[in-house]
Design a protein around this ligand. Sequence first.
Ligand SMILES: [Fe+2]
Length: 286
Amino acid sequence: MSESRLSRRQFLGGVVAAPLIAVSAGAAYSRLIEPYNYWISETDIFIRDLPGRFDGFRITQLTDIHHSRILGLNEVRRVVALAQQTKPDMFVLTGDYTTTYRRFIEPCAEALSSLSAPEGVWAVLGNHDHYTDPELTTRALQKHHMAVLNNAHTALSRGPDSLQLSGIDDWTWNAADWRRAFSGLKDNTPTILLSHQPTALDFEQTRKVSLILSGHTHGGQLNFPWLGAPARFATKDLKYARGLFRSGDTQLYVSTGTGVIGLPVRFGVRPEIAVLRLVRATDSHK
Ligand SMILES: [Fe+2]
């Protein structure tokens, strides 16, 4: 009798304990493992009229690094080292280098200064950089030999071939100046736009852009099976949450980034170092 009662108690204890163990294991995974389980994604981007010398051009994108108290400098250095191993032709950085405090700006820029590629390291600011200090962030990146495209553009040249690269500042802080970002660009040369905010794809001004590279969303940071990303109930920013999108001839790639905000957790959205390979589109890709 007592043995059967004990068994029942043990059974009921197990019923109660199993979900608690599962929740605890999930919490430990999302806190201790996934935020640092970097995913180096590789995506081919087919571009119409891509000049021959840029066929196969590789871009490595880092975004939403968010160096802060909850995301230390050692982790930033690890991200930089992993990115450098991809050996791209060019690095792009699409904003949110730090979270909230100015004291994180200089160390983050110093860590990023280890990035090196033949066609350089190009950056734009994100909304969090405006909250922290946009001028200080710009100066720190420039001091460490990274070019900041605050509503500006440049051209990359390989012999007679060229590719245009533009950067738009964050319009949620009224910092975007589309005229400056695009004036003087040639219509017959493909343009890549760096924009922290992926909803750039919806702007009329980006109709002639071949490719937009963005971050901002963290992919929702938490993305549960069946439920999806809870953050989508709180913001419209997850319209383009992660991956490749297209509108007309304009493509958009959204990286989930490497950092975290709010809680130091990720679930179902591994931190991403995105490698994008430009490929000259044939008729079958148009
Ligand atoms: Fe961010």
